[in-house]
Design a binder for this molecule. Structure first.
Ligand SMILES: Nc1ncnc2c1ncn2[C@@H]1O[C@H](COP(=O)(O)OP(=O)(O)OP(=O)(O)O)[C@@H](O)[C@H]1O
Ligand SMILES: N[C@@H](CCO)C(=O)O
Length: 310
């Protein structure tokens, strides 16, 4: 569970006095998620999500809120920020940057494999999101892109076992040659795992958690989905599900010839990135009241399996 900061009733009341959202009825900490403190906020005008940003510097947060506002205005079901009376979308609560966004209906898939139709829906939604974000003007390099991977690998190295360190060194050496800017790209979500997609009546009703979004290759975003939605327990790729994902995506954004040869390298690059992300969370944990740590081994296994393809 992840709620790093407790919000008292007086602090909430002061915060809400800047918004036209009516009287607060309930504030409930959300257990899922690892990065921020999230709360369902019920007021007499509706249901919202209150986020206190625990990791991101305040200066970077407006980008994420602008992206979701832009995409939601273009038909992507994502959490549009609520504007305070003075027009701002980012304020401060308990000495943390904080925002209120609209609460989306539906529930994510938990403790089961996504079905073919759910995988296809996720692929199609990702393609729509890429196209909807194509004209978004703010530039923001992928915060967990190649530069971050190299930096995090150096930071983690003394904490790793000899076998983990050897794997990391080999991967950095192999992956440094792969092109990252010669293929179509733009805003990518970069964390579209099943827990960040809400379904209602078999259709996607919400895409959440844009706090890793940034500019990168669109195919790399699809590779993140392939690992997250189409991996078996042993880390191997369910090729049937991956083909379903690819087809559904390509029907909406046809994949260019230059991208085809990068499909497997990008899955491997995406596996490395999430292995590092989880290792970082394990070896450099943030102090938190309730913290869920995801297993780095899952992504080490996925990485080991993707190495067999390229
Ligand atoms: N706009 C929203 N509408 C409905 N539910 C939401 C919304 N935002 C967040 N949630 C709920 O809160 C949970 C945690 O949110 P989120 O995934 O953004 O957490 P996080 O800590 O920011 O990130 P991460 O998943 O990367 O660790 C989600 O699983 C979902 O249940
Ligand atoms: N989706 C990431 C967590 C960061 O949002 C993971 O599964 O490691």
């Amino acid at each position: 569970m992840s709620v790093y900061t407790d919000v008292s009733a007086p602090a909430l009341a002061e915060f809400l006095s800047h918004y036209d959202l009516g009287v607060p009825k309930a504030l409930e900490g959300i257990g899922a998620g690892t990065e921020n403190s999230n709360f369902f906020l019920q007021t007499d005008s509706g249901r919202y999500v209150l986020t206190l940003f625990e990791r991101l510097p305040a200066a970077e947060i407006p980008y994420y809120l602008h992206v979701t506002e832009w995409l939601s205005q273009r038909g992507i079901p994502c959490p549009a920020p609520v504007h305070a009376r003075d027009g701002t979308i980012l304020r401060e609560l308990c000495d943390k940057p904080a925002a209120i966004v609209h609460c989306l209906p539906g529930a994510s898939i938990v403790q089961r494999c996504p079905s073919d139709s759910e995988v296809a829906a996720a692929g199609a939604l990702l393609a729509r999101m890429h196209l909807a974000g194509a004209d978004f003007a703010e530039r923001h390099p992928n915060p967990a892109g190649w530069f971050w991977c190299q930096h995090t690998a150096r930071r983690l190295s003394p904490k790793l076992s000899p076998a983990e360190r050897a794997l990391l060194v080999e991967e950095l050496e192999a992956q440094k040659a792969w092109p990252r800017d010669k293929v179509p790209g733009g805003v990518i979500h970069a964390d579209l795992f099943p827990d960040n997609v809400l379904f209602q009546d078999d259709a996607i009703s919400g895409v959440i958690d844009f706090y890793y979004a940034g500019d990168d290759a669109w195919l790399y975003d699809l590779a993140i989905l392939a690992n997250a939605w189409c991996s078996l327990t042993d880390g191997s790729l369910d090729k049937h599900r991956a083909a379903t994902l690819w087809r559904a995506y390509a029907e909406i954004r046809p994949i260019e010839r230059a991208e085809h040869g990068l499909w497997f390298p990008y899955m491997r690059a995406a596996a490395l990135r999430f292995w590092l992300l989880r290792l970082e969370a394990r070896h450099f944990p943030r102090p938190g009241a309730m913290t869920e740590c995801r297993d780095p081994e899952e992504y080490r296994r996925i990485l080991a399996c993707r190495r067999e393809f390229c």
